[in-house]
Design a protein. Structure first.
Length: 432
């Protein structure tokens, strides 16, 4: 992976960071790297996520999914980190020939019903993912999916793979029905688990090379050094942190590839849930190039100076030629390709932001393939962990999320939780 932070320097952008300030910050990066390295060596919770390219067993994943390898569709039932990583990997590797991958990560009844009615349940693999085995949204959707399969005369036991923790109701159900079970890595929060069974099961069912994804992660791990000037992941994490400290409190993730649209969603959870603590953290925004040049760029270029724009692209891609035309105004397009047009859009957006003094960072992969997506996921995780060290927050916790879970469970009669009482105490000012 290649990271260019030139357009985030103070000589170009406001807010920006000076080269001398980067040198000073690099001393803190070295200290943070030592802490990260120690955490990895000791397999500490969270830091152990950076060991997943080495500790994840692709053969175990392949063996678990073998009974459903004939599937024409894969349905992941999960939420947050139990779904976004899988969607990112599968979409990035989609070549048009593999089984389609769908995700149930919300409990909107109309959407769930419509999706299940559109699928051939007899040829569908169900991938259920929850660490605790008690996640309300995931288990509710799984119960609905099971009912739909039963009603269609499909034995859900023969079409289901489970990824969960060592105990809990989902583990008990899997053991009772002898379902294939893979482990959520105990040392990694869900949002840091993409390079494990959590993120790789659908890709394995689809026949993608998950070992190559892990190889990309290992390549990224080998690039972690104690200096932001030698390490792309640390360069990104340090500069994003520094710009936030200088007023760029929003990070707009703008990949230029349809295959990376779910990546922007995955990044949003990673960045928000890991860093949003103690009044700190940079708010992630999701966009897609070139589409959102026509819907969001106006704000990024001419709105408040509170944004870092992160542009991501693959340097190589499959081309598609644009036909010649006899329309004079469009003649310049003929004989070029859609890829060339997309690159021109990328570079024009980058230059447009720089010309307006708006900080932006370029991230480039060689190719959007298995190694490339593995490298990108790992580097962003490492960048986030470094940023957490620089902020001084508890990167691997999510207490605000747990508060909401307890409140919802209490409202549904799942126990006595004081958080549920806050719902009844809501202030109202209703306008009808």
């Amino acid at each position: 992976m290649r990271v260019d932070v030139g357009n985030a320097l103070a000589a170009v952008a406001d807010p920006g960071i000076g080269r001398n300030e980067l040198e000073t910050l690099d001393e803190r990066v070295a200290d943070a790297h030592d802490r990260i390295s120690a955490g990895r060596a000791d397999e500490e919770f969270g830091y152990a996520a950076l060991n997943l390219p080495e500790t994840t067993d692709p053969d175990a994943i392949e063996a678990a999914v073998e009974p459903v390898a004939d599937s024409e569709a894969v349905l992941t039932v999960g939420i947050g980190g139990s779904a976004l990583g899988a969607a990112t990997v599968s979409t990035a590797l989609d070549d048009g020939d593999a089984a389609d991958h769908y995700v149930l990560d919300n409990v909107d009844p109309e959407h769930t019903t419509a999706l299940l009615e559109s699928l051939d349940l007899s040829s569908m693999a169900v991938n259920v993912v929850t660490r605790s085995g008690t996640t309300a949204e995931t288990l509710a959707n799984f119960l609905v999916v099971r009912e739909a399969m039963d009603a269609a005369g499909v034995d859900w036991r023969e079409r289901t793979v489970v990824t969960t923790g060592d105990e809990g109701p989902l583990r008990a159900l899997a053991d009772t029905h002898d379902l294939p079970v893979l482990e959520v890595p105990p040392g990694a929060p869900g949002r840091f688990s993409a390079l494990s069974a959590v993120g790789l099961v659908p890709a394995a069912i689809q026949g993608h090379d998950i070992e190559a994804v892990l190889a990309g992660g290992r390549e990224a791990a080998d690039s972690l050094t104690g200096s932001l000037f030698d390490c792309p992941a640390y360069a990104y994490g340090a500069v994003a942190y520094a710009l936030d400290q200088r007023g760029a409190s929003v990070n707009a993730m703008l990949p230029y590839a349809e295959g990376l649209e779910p990546f922007a969603e995955w990044f949003a959870q990673l960045w928000a849930e890991s860093l949003g603590k103690d009044g700190l953290g940079q708010t992630p925004a999701r966009a897609l190039g070139a589409t959102d040049q026509h819907s969001q760029l106006q704000l990024y270029r001419a709105g408040p100076r509170d944004k870092l724009v992160t542009l991501v692209r693959a340097r190589e891609r499959t081309g598609r030629e644009i036909p010649e035309t006899d329309i004079d105004e469009l003649a310049y397009l003929g004989g070029t390709g859609l890829g060339e047009l997309l690159d021109a859009e990328f570079e024009a957006t980058e230059a447009s932001l720089a010309a307006a003094g708006r900080p932006n960072v370029r991230i480039e992969l060689d190719r959007l393939d298995a190694e490339g997506i593995g490298r990108l996921l790992y580097d962003m995780e490492a960048a986030c962990i470094l940023a957490g060290e620089l902020y001084g927050v508890e990167t691997f916790t999510q207490p605000a999320v747990e508060w909401g879970k307890r409140a919802a469970r209490g409202l549904l009669g799942g126990g006595e939780f004081e958080e549920a009482d806050a719902v009844a105490e809501k202030d109202q000012l209703v306008v009808e």
